[in-house]
Design a protein around this ligand. Structure first.
Ligand SMILES: Nc1ncnc2c1ncn2[C@@H]1O[C@H](COP(=O)(O)OP(=O)(O)OP(=O)(O)O)[C@@H](O)[C@H]1O
Length: 717
């Protein structure tokens, strides 16, 4: 497998494998998870010989053998029914041997691992445009062809009833021909059965295309969303993002709904128009002229409707952000009793949407109004003209043709009008695409999944003259910061609010990468390290941590492969969470509800610490992680801190200096500058800012202590 990954330019390190090491042989699924983590696309599959021989241009495929070993398939020759296989034990340049079906099936279990480089510009990277979406639809070529064939056949069948009516009027009624009537009846019955069946099949295939497209889109959209940088989510309300993403489905609906049906109806036109001209060229010409007029009316209103619709979309987005903000910030809203203000804001937004929708509706009403007389003329006016022509006709056959024409003319007009409407709808869809693209086409985090170095970390960090300014601000959040953290040591970071403590940890995690200066981990520039690898090597606990719905055990494992309950227990013990988890009725299987209302802030925090510790990260960042803890939990955690720290680099940002006194070094930041770095005692001696922070806190602790003691003292007297 290492060889297969090498083929795709990824160097795997067996020490990173996180699967169950006690198992006799690694499972295909665990190996697939490992490869995915390493930035490859990998899929464990069960294959037959037939499938295997068809895999010619995919690069090496890992085949799992019955004895627990593995072999590498490096090529296939369908003409000779042979595959080229190599053993992993062979030297690098060794030739593959050709194996036939019989010999391979004696040793091969049927399981295989397909892998592919993610570096190739895959469809996930293609920008979100109508063209891209259309290419997704067109990929369903076979199904579309079936739909096309069904539609064309149906078009021919639509000519049948009018023809029938024409014959009945002209021949049966005129010549009293019963036998023709019976024959026509039988033909009609057959055609109806055929039409019913075809109609059913066509609707079914359209449904299948739509469903497949939805599944692909869902995967694509979610993938893109997860790859957006954190920056984006910090700057945009969640409601707005969700609203914009929802526009994708509008576009999809348009593509497989109106666009497809109009296109299919236009196919009908190709069959029907010549027939109409055959029946009555003059009336057919009138139908076309009316349709053209309708199209012109609609096109004339396109421009003003476009700008009016843009206002609707803007108002809708604003409304969605208020809704999102309210739902996400409901705790604050309730606790500060801000409901009336939110209601007022919501009222405003709803009113804006109402006003813009009304303006758009009024405008859209105009083309509709102008079109109505034209449509009426097409349906009724043509009958009158046709009747006049039939009266004037001396052959007697014009009546049947008139009936047939009436039956068909609306079927011709409909797709033409629908085509014009389609252009109108396209305005909305184009805006929806812009909306969705404004989220989906943002540059994703650079090399988030593939590319970059994957070194094994020891944990030595060095900042050399690192400066960083957030986009849109003038003053640097970090200003020429320089310091070093030797591997395996504990660094405390202190400083006043806004001094740049969190920014520093963000740079370390690669969240913000456009800094100047050099930031290295074990001598490797952070920007050159693969982002996913970098973050997997870190454990991070923030002040507010999100717990997912599910059991405590699942939350601590968080889907990472190769972890078992004993790992969960160890991590929980280290985080000081074991005791409260075991007191819960279902222990590690206790369910955490959405937003974890059934846990206290301190308990949530300790679970988050266990979740960060379970992978045994080389570098652990605690960013104000103990701030939410009650004194008892904090004491418990602080007591464990030295044990947690053993063997890893720790970076602890904390306002409570007392929890940092044991750190090997404490970095003092002020206004983005590194003022001093030294152990606690030295800083107390020589750093004025540190001394000030220390004395402020000790004074406030004394003060608090006094308040707590007094009532007890009074009570005991
Ligand atoms: N996403 C952001 N966009 C713009 N400016 C930011 C952003 N995050 C932080 N800042 C600014 O950068 C500076 C440093 O912020 P930072 O969060 O690193 O400080 P801190 O020391 O962690 O503060 P605190 O102790 O209050 O958490 C502040 O002036 C802040 O206003």
């Amino acid at each position: 497998m290492i060889a297969a990954a090498h083929f795709h330019g990824i160097e795997l390190d067996p020490r990173d494998y996180a699967g169950n090491r006690e198992a006799a042989a690694p499972s295909a699924a665990a190996l697939s998870a490992w490869l995915q983590d390493a930035g490859l696309w990998a899929k464990a599959v069960r294959l037959r010989w037939r499938d295997l021989i068809g895999l010619r241009e995919t690069g090496p495929v890992v085949l799992f053998l019955r004895d627990g070993g593995a072999a590498l398939m490096v090529g296939a020759d369908p003409a000779r029914n042979l595959v080229g296989v190599k053993s992993p034990d062979w030297p690098a340049g060794a030739e593959a041997i050709a194996v036939d079906q019989l010999r391979l099936e004696q040793v091969w279990s049927g399981d295989a691992l397909l892998l592919r480089s993610k570096r190739a510009r895959s469809s996930a990277e293609a920008p979100f445009t109508l063209g891209w979406l259309a290419s997704l639809v067109l990929r369903e070529r076979r199904l579309l062809r079936d739909i096309g064939v069904a539609s064309l056949t149906l078009s021919f069948l639509t000519i049948f009833p009018p023809l029938l009516v024409m014959t009945v009027v002209d021949r049966v009624l005129t010549h009293h021909s019963y036998s023709t009537l019976v024959l026509l009846g039988a033909l009609l019955a057959i055609a109806t059965v055929f039409e019913t069946f075809l109609g059913y099949a066509r609707r079914l295939i359209v449904l299948i295309v739509g469903t497949r497209l939805d599944a692909k889109l869902n995967l694509h959209v979610f993938n893109r969303l997860l790859r957006l940088p954190l920056d984006y989510f910090e700057r945009h309300p969640a409601g707005e993002t969700m609203h914009k993403i929802a526009q994708v489905y509008k576009v999809r609906e348009f593509l497989t709904g109106k666009l497809l049906t109009t296109f299919l109806d236009l196919m009908t036109l190709v069959v029907l128009l010549p027939f109409l001209f055959f029946l009555n060229p003059f009336l057919a010409g009138l139908v076309l002229a009316c349709s053209a007029l309708i199209m012109l009316v609609i096109l004339a209103f396109l421009r003003p409707m476009r700008s009016s619709f843009a206002e609707v979309i803007f108002a809708e987005t604003e409304k969605a952000s208020v809704l999102g903000e309210t739902v996400f910030g409901i705790k604050t809203i309730k606790s500060l009793a801000l409901e009336p203000q939110r209601n007022a804001l919501w009222d405003d937004r709803v009113a804006d949407v109402g006003t813009s929708r009304l303006a758009f509706g009024k405008l859209a009403n105009w083309p509709q109004t102008l079109i109505t007389p034209l449509e009426r003329f097409m349906s009724i006016g043509l009958v009158l003209i046709g009747a006049y022509m039939a009266l004037e006709d001396s052959t007697g056959y014009a009546v049947g043709a008139l009936f047939a024409f009436m039956m068909l003319s609306m079927r011709v007009a409909q797709p033409l009008v629908a085509l014009a409407r389609l252009i109108e709808d396209y305005e909305g869809v184009a805006l929806a695409i812009v909306e969705a693209a404004s989220v989906l086409n943002r540059p994703p985090e650079a090399d988030a999944v593939s590319g970059g170095l994957r070194p094994r970390f020891a944990g030595a960090v060095s900042f050399e003259d690192v400066s960083f300014t957030y986009a849109g601000t003038r003053l640097p959040a970090l200003d020429r910061v320089a310091f070093e953290i030797p591997a395996g040591t504990m660094l405390g970071i202190v400083g006043r609010s806004g001094s740049g403590k969190s920014t520093l940890t963000r740079l370390l995690q690669g969240i913000n990468r456009d800094y100047t200066g050099s930031l290295k981990i074990d001598g490797n520039d952070v920007r050159e390290i693969n982002l996913r690898h970098l973050r997997q090597s870190f454990g991070v606990v923030l002040q507010e941590n999100f717990l997912f719905r599910g059991s405590i055990r699942d939350n601590i494992i968080a889907g990472r492969s190769g972890l078992v309950l004993s790992d969960v227990v160890n991590a929980s013990r280290l985080a000081g969470a074991e005791e409260f988890i075991e007191r819960m009725p279902n222990g590690y299987e206790s369910l955490i509800e959405e937003g974890s209302p059934n846990l206290s802030g301190g308990q949530r925090q300790r679970l988050a610490i266990a979740r960060a510790l379970i992978t045994d990260p080389r570098i652990l960042i605690l960013d104000e992680a103990t701030n939410a803890l009650d004194p008892e939990s904090e004491a418990l955690l602080n007591a464990n801190l030295l044990r947690i720290a053993s063997g890893r680099t720790m970076v602890i940002v904390s306002h409570r200096l007392s929890s940092l006194v044991d750190s090997d070094q404490i970095l003092v930041l002020d206004n983005g500058r590194a003022v001093d770095i030294a152990p606690h005692d030295v800083l107390l001696d020589r750093c004025a800012i540190y001394r000030q922070l220390w004395s402020q806190q000790n004074r406030s602790q004394d003060h608090q202590g006094h308040i707590h003691v007094a009532p007890a003292f009074v009570g005991s007297r």
